[in-house]
Design a binder for this molecule. Structure first.
Ligand SMILES: [Zn+2]
Length: 239
């Protein structure tokens, strides 16, 4: 239910415009729940609980998948989870803003602050880029993606999309929050470039006044807000 609603958030907020994108949640050292494709696939924004299935990191199902298939890009999830024991959830989706920024070489600069602190800190820390625009459908490509991510929490896949990760009891909420923050950063950067790109970078003394407000604020509360938006749109899975 959590992963399904998280997929719905990505879809409803435009980070996964149609049927492309998925979220995984680690259930063991070599296992994960992952958003699969079923016979009634209609897109991320209407992900059903039955679309979220448990598989091992090689894609073999724990239970019979029936008419469902694991995502082509399962290696993004599997190889990040393999390479990063600290990671419990992975988001992969294709936000148009991040795509445009990457294609046009628009830098994700730290030009705003308290407007969105997680996004501002992301810009300040820098966002790594995986330079290939390929479909990550083989383990060796997944390992390249995991290597490009390194120890970071977000990654731009140039000409493709993003991968973000989360850890701990609210890993899904954290990974989704990071995807939303990266989308904000890219949208502001693209619009700013369109307006002439004159925005100055924050002075370091102002960056120092942008504290990490913590997971309960950045992740849990933000996720609850997005569930409330789904509810008003008639898209929330309840129960
Ligand atoms: Zn993709």
């Amino acid at each position: 239910m959590l992963v399904a609603n998280a997929c719905r958030v990505l879809g409803a907020r435009g980070l996964a415009e149609d049927i492309l994108g998925h979220i995984s949640l680690r259930t063991g050292r070599d296992r994960m729940l992952v958003r699969c494709r079923g016979p009634r696939e209609e897109g991320l924004f209407v992900t059903r609980p039955a679309d979220v299935r448990e598989v091992d990191l090689d894609g073999s199902p724990v239970d019979d998948l029936g008419d469902w298939a694991v995502p082509q890009e399962l290696p993004i999830h599997a190889e990040i989870l393999r390479a990063r024991p600290d990671v419990d959830a992975v988001v992969h989706c294709h936000p148009p803003s991040v795509l445009l920024a990457g294609l046009e070489g628009v830098p994700l600069r730290p030009v705003f602050g308290a407007y969105n602190i997680p996004a501002a800190r992301m810009a300040h820390d820098g966002v790594p880029v995986y330079p290939r625009s390929v479909l990550v459908r083989r383990p060796e490509l997944g390992r390249e993606v995991a290597a490009a991510l390194g120890t970071a929490s977000v990654l731009v896949l140039r000409g493709h999309g993003i991968a973000t990760v989360g850890s701990g009891p609210h890993a899904v909420e954290q990974a989704v929050g990071r995807a939303l923050a990266l989308d904000v950063l890219a949208r502001v950067s693209v619009e700013s470039a369109r307006l002439g790109g004159r925005a100055a970078e924050l002075p370091s003394e102002d960056v120092a006044e942008l504290p990490d407000l913590g997971g309960s604020f950045n992740d849990v509360m933000l996720f609850r807000h997005h569930l409330a938006r789904l509810r008003t749109e008639g898209l929330l899975l309840e129960g």
